[in-house]
Design a protein around this ligand. Structure first.
Ligand SMILES: [Mg+2]
Length: 177
């Protein structure tokens, strides 16, 4: 079970995700979480470094789409504003949405990476679908009350991953700083 919760890659934020590193792993498609990955929770505007990174990803030949558990209307409006295709809302970590995203991108699972801020939706669901999983820190501290509970459990999982040697201290520092 623990391997399903271990991100393949950890970066402090989306703009710091190393695209060349993902390409060396064979990744050609990126499935992006919305809330607290692309934009702050409940927000619609992405920060300038995120927009720059999206342009770089496109220029590098990456295919991109959004997969979010957020309200469909908000997901659609935000995706349109960012000029990104999106997958109709499914419930991560169920495989269905991830498979639909890979179909949309035209990539096979092992060529597809999910980028998100949560272990129990983005990382778990990505692994279940056979994706490369990339964890980033949340954009803001503002979250749903239930997400705060999830974060407390995530911290316990991270401590366990560190103890078992599944992540290194640097990754731990990135996540907890
Ligand atoms: Mg999120």
């Amino acid at each position: 079970m623990l391997h399903l919760l271990t991100p393949d890659e950890i970066f402090p934020s989306l703009p710091e995700v190393d695209l060349e590193r993902l390409q060396r792993r064979g990744v050609r498609g990126l499935v992006l979480d919305l809330d607290n990955t692309l934009v702050a929770y409940g927000g619609r505007e992405a920060a300038e470094p995120v927009l720059v990174w999206l342009r770089e990803a496109r220029a590098a030949g990456m295919r991109l789409c959004i997969l979010s558990n957020g309200r469909p209307r908000r997901v659609r409006l935000t995706a349109e504003r960012l000029g990104l295709p999106w997958v109709e809302s499914y419930t991560k970590p169920r495989r269905r949405g991830f498979r639909a995203a890979a179909r949309l991108l035209g990539t096979r699972p092992h060529e597809t990476a999910v980028l998100g801020d949560q272990i129990f939706t983005d990382v778990l669901g990505g692994h279940r679908a056979g994706f490369v999983t990339v964890l980033v820190n949340p954009v803001s501290r503002r979250e749903l009350p239930h997400t705060r509970v999830v974060r407390a459990i995530e911290r316990l999982v991270f401590a366990l991953l560190l103890r078992r040697g599944r992540i290194d201290r640097e990754a731990w520092r990135l996540r907890t700083s």
